[in-house]
Design a protein around this ligand. Structure first.
Ligand SMILES: C[S@@+](CC[C@H](N)C(=O)[O-])C[C@H]1O[C@@H](n2cnc3c(N)ncnc32)[C@H](O)[C@@H]1O
Length: 344
């Protein structure tokens, strides 16, 4: 499975790099020097990623074998009575683990069902799907999976909506195991249609807005543009919101930190920030917990992180972040046995 970070960046999209840099017909035109460099960098990244994945798999396999051997040796050296006790205690532990997992699942279902009625409405707008390449759509699907997982873990989950869910986006999402049972609103209508009686409550979140979010108003419906475009479509969400006459707002990033590049974040980052804010009511904490360290100017991030962490190098930060995100995504539920269909 692709990591959420790779999904954020559309990192399996080598072909996309080519599209971006070499114009509309990459097959017939030679790659520019810049495009060749990018492609090479991408290929090196992919090779390194595959290497690390293989090493991790091997490590896991060896660990499994070691534990099995340890267990066999323990049984061999034990008396009949001790052996029975060991087996029983192992069974007990396994049962406990399963019960804990099922309790967690139940709690999660309860939280999400409650969020359907009282949670903050957050919409992902898929009306721009036709502007993305299939690998960008694939990246967006990974991001949505990640958002679903994060929302399920949140102590104050939002009421998530996927609107204008049609075409390729819908096909790819429906291929995900368990998607049919996700506790999330799946709407083929646009948000304007779905919320026609609450148009004045719609707020399109866009980095291009002049308005800065201060609080999250529980009565408002916040919309995030479902787009992975490496900002190829600059200002597109702002333009759409203006044309529709709905409110807009940007996240108050500039009030709390300095970014090393643009303030345009990925869909999963924006949603995770909103969810963190619902939990903590604190923008600064939300930004620092979600925005990758490498995207934050050093002085700001170090000031926030304090002396003890200052020595950690960037590579380590990235590794921790990748591992954290991977763990989150890998713990995605595969078969939620719920009849209700709200959103994840
Ligand atoms: C990858 S961005 C897409 C950028 C796209 N070119 C645009 O014009 O919105 C995905 C979405 O995240 C939201 N977003 C990203 N950064 C944001 C920010 N700083 N403030 C508010 N919303 C943001 C927007 O809804 C945006 O459409």
């Amino acid at each position: 499975m692709q990591t959420a970070e790779a999904a954020e960046n559309g990192e399996d999209a080598v072909g996309d790099q080519r599209n971006e840099d070499a114009g509309p017909s990459p097959c017939s035109q030679p790659l520019s020097k810049n495009a060749q460099k990018k492609l090479l960098k991408q290929q090196r990244f992919e090779a390194k990623k595959a290497e690390k994945k293989a090493a991790m798999k091997e490590h896991k396999k060896r660990e499994g074998e070691r534990k099995r051997k340890e267990w066999d040796q323990m049984l061999e050296g034990a008396t009949k009575e001790e052996r029975e006790r060991l087996i029983e205690s192992r069974k007990g532990l396994r049962k406990e683990r399963m019960e804990k997992r099922s309790e967690e699942r139940e709690n999660k279902i309860q939280r999400l069902t409650e969020a359907k009625h009282h949670g903050q409405n957050i919409v992902v707008d898929f009306e721009f799907s036709h502007l993305m390449t299939s690998s960008e759509i694939h990246s967006l699907v990974q991001q949505i999976m990640y958002c679903y997982a994060i929302n399920g873990k949140s102590t104050s989950p939002g009421h998530l909506w996927l609107t204008s869910l049609r075409g390729e986006m819908e096909i790819q999402l429906r291929r995900l195991p368990g998607f049919d049972k996700w506790l999330i609103e799946k709407e083929d209508r646009s948000y304007i249609e779905a919320f026609q009686d609450r148009k004045e409550r719609l707020v399109y979140l866009t980095a291009d807005s002049e308005n800065t979010l201060d609080e999250l108003d529980p009565m408002n419906i916040y919309i995030v543009g479902g787009l992975v475009d490496r900002n190829r479509w600059k200002g597109i969400t702002m333009k759409k919101a203006k044309e529709q006459g709905i409110q807009t707002a940007k996240l108050p990033i500039g009030n709390y930190l300095k970014m090393s590049s643009s303030q345009v974040l990925t869909v999963n980052q924006v949603i995770e920030i909103l969810l963190k804010f619902l939990e903590t009511k604190d923008w600064k904490t939300s930004f620092f917990q979600v925005i990758p360290q490498r995207k934050i100017c050093e002085s700001a991030s170090e000031e926030h992180r304090g002396d003890s962490e200052r020595e950690e190098n960037e590579e380590k930060d990235d590794q921790i972040e990748r591992r954290r995100k991977l763990m989150e995504v890998e713990s995605l539920p595969r078969d939620e046995s719920v009849g209700t269909d709200l959103n994840s």
